[in-house]
Design a protein around this ligand. Structure first.
Ligand code: EPU
Length: 311
């Protein structure tokens, strides 16, 4: 990789970066280069140069819904972990505007901070590990609600470095879906409302306690591996975890990867286990559920690999 692509820019760059270690699985391969821009302008120039040179560019959020295969990835990985991408413009609320939050902001910290300020709109997302950019891209959520319900608009840096503001309606949000054009989300504007702080905090606690009770939060995992599929016989979404459970896959393992006994849709990884163990086990789970219930599970976790999509 030609270092002149970023040498003159205000960025921090690491060659042959072990990005697998930055995911919640703490396992997996390297990226050719990992870049943390320190300004929007630097990111803009990077996008233009990588686009012109036809070099793939991926964005790493908090690595909570991502598996990097052991062979790693070509191209550049960008991380918006500089403070310029983690700002929250709380003052905009005083003027009746949506609140601008930088895409690199930690969602769990934001949920806590907005509850502390007595602002409602995000408590349904308590306990979900993500950056704001990642939460938008996946429309992160659960049974209490999703990210889309309070998004007003986003700021997107397109692959050729153009800055665009897009209204939520244009993003066609759906269940774990967002029709995001190619590019990098650099901020989102949320509709937050002043509300009863005690009630908001109680809701945050309820959502978090439910996760703690039903999910293996201490395991190394990427949350739910599969999306909840629509059961053709009822037309309703069925819990993938329940289907995996019914297919008898709880406790099954490949290498260091294992299906959680607490929630079937979580694939944990023991320390020292390989990212590819998770992939192999996810494939087995998918097959067994198909054989058992006739339902094809679709992956929710994003997989980066030299071979493209693996499942
Ligand atoms: N169930 C089982 N066995 C299992 C898992 C679940 O029988 O192994 C049953 C439960 O007892 C319950 C039903 O299935 O009756 C639904 O389970 P749960 O409430 O845990 O919800 P889920 O549909 O499995 C979804 C999201 C989670 C989110 C929870 C709670 C998906 C794929 N999963 O799980 O999201 O936290 O609701 O809001 O949409 C994630 O996306 O990473 C994730 C963890």
């Amino acid at each position: 990789m030609n270092e002149n692509l970023w040498n003159d820019l205000d960025v921090e760059a690491t060659l042959d970066a072990p990005i697998g270690a930055l995911t919640w699985y703490k396992s997996g391969g390297h990226a050719e280069v990992l870049i943390s821009p320190r300004s929007v302008e630097a990111l803009q120039t990077l996008c233009q140069r990588f686009h012109e040179s036809d070099i793939p560019m991926r964005v790493l959020g908090s690595g909570a819904n991502l598996l990097v295969a052991d062979d790693g990835v070509d191209g550049a990985v960008v991380r918006l972990n500089h403070s310029i991408f983690q700002e929250a413009h709380w003052h905009e609320l005083d003027h009746g505007h949506p609140t601008r939050i930088g895409a690199g902001t930690d969602l769990m910290a934001l949920v806590q901070e907005s509850a502390r300020r007595g602002l409602s709109g995000l408590s349904q997302l308590a306990g979900i590990p993500a950056t704001i950019g990642g939460a938008i891209r996946m429309n992160a959520g659960g049974s209490y609600g999703d990210t889309a319900q309070s998004v007003h608009s986003i700021e997107l840096l397109t692959t050729n470095g153009e800055l665009r503001r897009m209204d939520a309606a244009k993003l066609d949000f759906g269940y774990r879906h967002c029709a995001l054009p190619d590019g990098i989300v650099i901020a989102a504007h949320f509709n937050l409302r002043a509300d009863d702080a005690v009630q908001i905090r109680a809701h945050v606690k309820e959502v978090f306690e439910y996760k703690k009770r039903t999910q293996p939060m201490a395991d190394r995992s990427a949350g739910c591996m599969f999306k909840n599929p629509i059961d053709p016989s009822t037309g309703k979404r069925e819990s993938a975890g329940r289907l995996i459970d019914l297919a008898g896959m709880k406790g099954k393992s490949v290498g260091g990867a294992f299906v959680s006994e607490r929630h079937g849709n979580f694939i944990g990884l023991l320390a020292g286990g390989r990212a590819n163990d998770v992939l192999a086990l996810a494939f087995d789970v998918q097959q067994r559920v198909l054989d058992h219930s006739g339902i094809q599970l679709e992956r929710e976790v994003v997989i980066w690999s030299q071979r493209g999509d693996v499942l």
